[in-house]
Write a protein that binds this ligand. Structure first.
Ligand code: HEM
Length: 136
């Protein structure tokens, strides 16, 4: 069986060590960008935040582990949806970076150079996936 890619390995270790990281991720996001917290006022039970994070994690693993076809479709179309939620340009990058930072900080010495490289390569891919352009 093929070895797991280092990014997925790091996320597996993250969930083993920290369990549900929803709180950690959004605390960091709102500390860095307090203006974003109001966007989630309607999310009273945290369901949107949870499913948004799991979608982002699925995309990262999908890109790290192969051609990333699912991630490409999701990220390109979510960029369009998020424009209608008034999410400023550049915030997808901020969100993915925060997931990486939470993972790296939680792993501490278990964070390897291979993981670092895999995250760099994968985040470069998420950056390159712009919104679908609507051909006229
Ligand atoms: C800082 C960056 C981001 C912000 C501020 C943000 C903001 C939001 C907000 C406000 C909603 C709720 C919209 C509504 O129902 O009115 C939402 C939903 C969602 N977001 Fe994000 N988003 C960000 C990044 C991402 C990323 C990177 C992904 C995935 C690739 C993503 C995927 C989703 C999905 C799938 C939903 C729908 C969740 C559900 O209702 O079950 N978001 N986002």
């Amino acid at each position: 069986m093929a070895e797991r890619d280092p990014l997925t390995e790091s996320l597996t270790l993250l969930s083993e060590r920290a369990g549900d990281v929803t709180g950690l991720v959004y605390t960091r996001l709102f500390a860095a960008h307090p203006e974003l917290e109001d966007l989630f006022l309607m999310d009273t039970d945290g369901g949107v935040r949870g499913s948004m994070l799991s979608q982002a994690l699925e995309c990262l693993m999908n890109l790290a582990d192969g051609p990333g076809t699912m991630a490409e479709t999701v990220i390109r179309s979510e960029r369009i949806n998020h424009d209608t939620y008034d999410v400023p340009i550049g915030m997808f990058e901020v969100f993915f970076d925060i997931i990486r930072d939470v993972t790296r900080d939680t792993l501490g010495p278990a964070w390897t150079p291979d993981m670092d490289t895999a995250w760099k390569n994968t985040l470069a891919k998420t950056d390159s996936l712009s919104a679908f352009s609507l051909a006229t």
